[in-house]
Design a binder for this molecule. Structure first.
Ligand SMILES: NC(=O)c1ccc[n+]([C@@H]2O[C@H](COP(=O)([O-])OP(=O)(O)OC[C@H]3O[C@@H](n4cnc5c(N)ncnc54)[C@H](O)[C@@H]3O)[C@@H](O)[C@H]2O)c1
Length: 381
């Protein structure tokens, strides 16, 4: 691979919470031991001066702009990471593809099902490499569950009883928390919390082939108004909490219950992503609330839940000591490593980022959930 090809040059559109998190991942890329591609952040677009100013700290950034149409034609940019409010996904993702760039999109990959399909179709037509962000599967505990649930392994768990895949937040329990774009349908989408947290809960199940056949959804809007930050109140019209009760087929086993929970009102949870798979003979549970702990269940003469302390066993090895626990910046770095490796054709057996088809499938599920909640009935997928 030539020196030029071995460096993936990145432009970011949307330098807010996630845009800066991405910059942090590229800034410590050198901790990765043997990725075939280096990354370099070269251009950033945001509307806010103070954020553009922040990116001046990154020595490789050559272009700072408020207009994404200035960033996209740059011959210095190979890949664009777009981290914008959901109402802008469709327009800007299409612009990225039209400019001939590869794309790491942010979830939910369009504000609704229609937009997701338009983006997916444009991505396929363009031939560009396109994936969507979802980082928690790259934590060691999640990777262990993925390994245990491969087709040749999952039979060891016995007959499957249930799966729960959840992402819980709690800060919205405070009714005085001011509104932002993520709490308004016009920016965030009618799917509300499902668009915000849903890709994180479906990524592993979908990749393992656990596609819901039907869904019964319970959606809640608890606070209809929030402070607007200017002394008044503003309508808060998104769904706060969503519980999707689904059935999936796994191997020979039909209609295994799989519950997907996406909550902004989950008492005490800051950013708690967790996954549990239970069978009659064995089970696994991992939660970011206990980042070092993998819980496994075994039915023997006695029934035992045991906990193993995990260290830093990553799909893409890093210099970090093997006993050190992993956190959010670590899995975000791993996700980017997976994106670059897959783009370079060397992902091999490792877990990859969400594909455009998986993103569309998530929207199909969330659209069915809206229908289910409205009619208070089960919707077939
Ligand atoms: N993967 C994750 O864990 C994760 C976490 C949070 C958010 N997200 C996703 O990332 C995306 C962005 O969320 P965020 O939390 O970073 O939001 P944010 O509000 O912190 O950042 C969005 C940025 O976009 C900028 N912006 C708005 N319109 C623009 C335009 N036309 N051109 C250029 N910049 C513009 C804003 O100024 C802001 O800085 C969303 O899709 C969200 O769902 C992902």
């Amino acid at each position: 691979m030539s020196e030029a090809k071995a460096t993936m040059r990145i432009g970011i559109i949307g330098g807010g919470l996630m845009g800066r998190e991405a910059a942090s991942a590229f800034g410590r890329w050198f901790v990765l031991e043997d990725v075939p591609v280096r990354t370099e952040l070269v251009a950033v677009c945001d509307l806010q001066d103070k954020l553009l100013e922040w990116f001046r700290k990154v020595p490789t950034v050559k272009l700072l702009t408020k207009d994404h149409r200035e960033l996209l034609p740059s011959p210095d940019v190979d890949v664009v990471y777009v981290a914008l409010p959901h109402n802008l996904h469709e327009k800007i993702y299409l612009d990225v593809l039209a400019a001939g760039k590869d794309l790491l999109a942010e979830k939910p990959f369009g504000i609704d099902l229609r937009a997701a399909r338009v983006i997916r179709n444009a991505a396929a037509k363009s031939g560009r490499f396109v994936r969507c962000s979802s980082e928690f599967p790259f934590l060691p505990g999640a990777q262990r569950i993925i390994t245990a649930c491969q087709p040749g392994e999952i039979a060891k768990l016995g007959k499957l009883l249930e799966i729960r895949s959840c992402f819980w937040h709690a800060s919205d329990l405070d009714p005085t928390k001011p509104i932002n774009w993520k709490r308004q349908n016009k920016f965030c989408g009618e799917i509300g919390v499902m668009g915000d947290l849903g890709m994180h809960v479906v990524h592993i199940p979908f990749r393992l082939g656990w596609k819901p056949k039907r869904v019964f959804a319970q959606l809640q809007k608890i606070y209809p108004q929030r402070p607007d930050g200017k002394g008044g109140m503003a309508a808060c019209d998104t769904w706060d909490n969503a519980m999707l009760h689904t059935d999936v087929d796994i191997g020979e086993q039909h209609d295994v219950p799989m519950r997907l929970e996406m909550k902004r009102l989950a008492p005490g949870s800051t950013n708690t992503w967790w996954l549990e798979v239970l069978g009659t003979d064995g089970g696994l549970r991992f939660s970011t609330a206990e980042p070092k702990s993998l819980w496994t269940f075994q039915r023997g003469k006695e029934q035992i839940w045991q906990r193993v302390d995990l260290g830093h066993q990553m799909a893409f090895p890093v210099i970090t000591g093997g006993i050190f626990e992993a956190g959010f910046p670590d899995c975000f770095l791993q996700m980017w490593a997976a994106f670059t490796a897959e783009r370079a054709g060397v992902l091999d057996h490792r877990f990859g980022c969400v594909t455009p088809d998986e993103a569309v499938a998530s929207h199909e599920l969330f659209a069915a959930a809206l229908e289910s909640h409205k009619a208070k009935c089960v919707v077939e997928l």
